[in-house]
Write a protein that binds this ligand. Sequence first.
Ligand code: ADP
Ligand code: MG
Length: 275
Amino acid sequence: MTMLAEVLQRDRVFDFTLPPPDFSAAPDTRHGPILYLEDVTVSFDGFRALDQLSLYIDDGELRCIIGPNGAGKTTMMDVITGRTRPDSGSAWFGSRIDLLRLSETEIARGGIGRKFQTPTVFPHHSVAENLELAMAADKRVWPTLFARMDSADRDRLAEVLALIGLASLERQAAGELSHGQKQWLEIGMLLMQNPRVLLVDEPVAGMSQQEMEQTGVLLQRLAGHHSVIVVEHDMAFVRSIARRVTVLHQGSMLAEGSMDEVQNDPRVVEVYLGE
Ligand code: ADP
Ligand code: MG
């Protein structure tokens, strides 16, 4: 095993021993949304972090989820990604795939990618190598990392590099990137695995104004090709990218609509003034 391989294995960044994703299990969206949460309740010691939450995300949609601290946003993502099992309710990926029957790993490999707040790039590897590694995780080029990139792979790599705005930095070590650039690289790493749904938790936290604007452009570009769910506190940012917005409060949906609609909703105003 190469040293890189050992590190990857040890840190369990990618589990190369897993079989490749099963594309026969692709989500069926012919008759409706790509993601359905219905009446989902999650309790922690009797406290309802999610309280009969229902949420529907269309294929290719860009959805922003806002809500005060403790509203249940992260718990909702945990349910979708299989990290937390609800006490009751259902969660479907398209009309055929029951997410509650899949493990966290199966969900990730089945096409629901999640970007956590802290970027986890490989600092000593270049931007391009980070993307290659992410693709390798999906294609079992292990243990001959990088050896089997075909021309379609190289096209995809170039496409993602351009999309995340890091084409001119492809040979730079990821550890030398700015905070914002690392966040884009990590989004790029998720994209290398071609997720149908991308969950992004607070993408602009700690970013400069310019980085925020570029992140907005990136997320908007991804919509249509992927369904993108963005949880974000920064209202100016949400306004700049928002199409449909869902407001969570006390584990349930308080309001849904355009940014103007939800911001003018008296119930939403009350919840935010109380913060
Ligand atoms: P948000 O992301 O909207 O800030 P969370 O989903 O993190 O909200 O949390 C919703 C509520 O559930 C909060 O009151 C939080 O304290 C509680 N909670 C979340 N995870 C746990 C846990 N593992 N154990 C106990 N309480 C939790
Ligand atoms: Mg949270």
